[in-house]
Design a binder for this molecule. Structure first.
Ligand SMILES: Cc1cc2nc3c(=O)[nH]c(=O)nc-3n(C[C@H](O)[C@H](O)[C@H](O)COP(=O)(O)OP(=O)(O)OC[C@H]3O[C@@H](n4cnc5c(N)ncnc54)[C@H](O)[C@@H]3O)c2cc1C
Length: 392
């Protein structure tokens, strides 16, 4: 398969594979029980050039392709799903900052993201709902030479650990939908910010929770993209994260299948290794088939992006299909390990719970299918969504 990738891509993949299998894999379960990330390990990943490789060289990135970032994502997630989340946010949020933030902000923050020193969160979802993301209420009002933010974002990954966030706020008509939404780069150390932490069933070290804004002042140059028009512009970046998320899910599912092939050759029942029974080998053969197909879909989507070709439908396909099927594969691997896997000492339950979150986060399957339908037949496909653009 590597015959299809450039030498640079193969080099990054090898570095990521070595780091994931030698440094991350053994400690995954222990770290998965913690409520914060191991920052030293993130810095180590950054020092190896494995965070935000796709970010512009102008801002301290390596200017590599989106596909290269995807290959790294898949390898890191093989060893530790949570560590790959850092990389996902670096590519998504770093890319947003590079493209839409003031150059001074990009120059200050992107090198720190790439080095693994800083994490920038996405502040979009609000308590009233995430699917209808444009219908948001957090308010930004002009105040002197800047803005004042009031309201709540919820379900935000890295809520208590992120150093900054791109926060979507209403600057226009409350009934204006996506029109009247602006984005702000907010340093989360600013006065008036408080944060909470939810007790999730997976991705615990990443953590998720609310960020409250109580009259938070942000400077005028923290406005990103065009005032009142940020939603449509910036949301286009989600086509990227959706393909990366696909590969983030392929990694742990492949790890589970590899471990299960090894186990079923060792384990005996009825006088033979259980791999001899088709009821055991066929689900694994099916999983290998599905993983190969899903991997290629994600590579294809990222290659379209690298070629600057439209890939919204393909990205939505990655996002709804891969987290669902990889969860099913991990579930199957758990069952093939019998009673041993019904403990917390094997990784299958943890991987399952971690991936489950991405059947919801960044947009549910229903919303992705609406996106695919809209891409096929236009906005008529959205009649049940009040003719709004589903973006998440
Ligand atoms: C692990 C995780 C990480 C997350 N990280 C972030 C983050 O970093 N930043 C951030 O801003 N948000 C984040 N989110 C929030 C996430 O984007 C939202 O949860 C998601 O968009 C769904 O919104 P909701 O949970 O409010 O569900 P709702 O919008 O209330 O939807 C509930 C159900 O109704 C269905 N539904 C809604 N509308 C339709 C429709 N038109 N047709 C068919 N079905 C529909 C949905 O598919 C879903 O099944 C995260 C969520 C999770 C679980």
């Amino acid at each position: 398969m590597d015959g299809f990738h450039t030498e640079e891509q193969q080099g990054f993949r090898q570095t990521a594979r070595r780091f994931a299998r030698e440094k991350l894999q053994a400690g995954y379960l222990k770290r998965a029980a913690c409520h914060s990330m191991d920052r030293a390990l993130i810095k180590e990943m950054g020092a190896l050039g494995l965070i935000g490789v796709d970010l512009s060289e102008e801002y301290g990135g390596l200017g590599a392709s989106s596909l290269t970032a995807g290959l790294i994502m898949e390898e890191i997630a093989y060893g530790d799903f949570n560590m790959s989340y850092v990389q996902l946010l670096a590519s998504l949020m770093g890319g947003m900052v590079a493209k839409y933030a003031a150059p001074d902000i990009a120059r200050e923050w992107i090198p720190q993201i790439v080095a693994g020193d800083r994490i920038v969160a996405l502040g979009l979802t609000e308590p009233r709902g995430g699917s209808d993301a444009a219908n948001l209420q957090l308010r930004a009002e002009k105040s002197g030479n800047g803005w004042r933010l009031n309201g709540e974002k919820t379900s935000i990954s890295f809520s208590t650990q992120a150093d900054a966030a791109v926060v979507f706020a209403r600057t226009g008509d409350p009934a204006g939908g996506s029109r009247g939404v602006s984005a702000f780069f907010v340093d989360l150390r600013s006065q008036g910010i408080t944060r909470t932490h939810l007790d999730d069933i997976g991705t615990r070290p990443v953590g998720r929770g609310s960020i409250f804004f109580d009259d938070v002042h942000v400077a005028a140059d923290c406005l990103m993209a065009e005032q009142d028009r940020a939603f449509g512009t910036i949301m286009a970046g989600f086509d990227y994260s959706r393909a990366l998320i696909g590969l983030e899910c392929v990694g742990p599912a492949q790890a589970s299948v590899d471990e299960t092939w090894a186990y079923v050759q060792e384990r005996h029942a009825f006088g033979a290794p259980i791999v001899q029974y088709e009821g055991v080998s066929f689900p694994l053969a099916e999983a290998e088939t599905q993983l190969t197909m899903m991997r290629q879909l994600c590579y294809h989507t990222l290659s379209l992006r690298d070629a600057r070709r439209h890939h919204t439908a393909e990205a939505a396909m990655c996002k709804w299909y891969v987290p669902k099927v990889t969860c099913e594969i991990i579930h199957q691997c758990l069952l093939l390990h019998g009673h041993f896997a019904y403990t917390t000492s094997l990784p299958f339950h943890q991987r399952y719970n971690d991936l489950l979150g991405l059947q919801i986060g960044d947009g549910t399957a229903q919303i992705q299918k609406l996106v695919i339908a809209r891409e096929k037949v236009g906005r008529v496909a959205l009649q049940y969504s009040r003719q709004k653009t589903p973006a998440k």
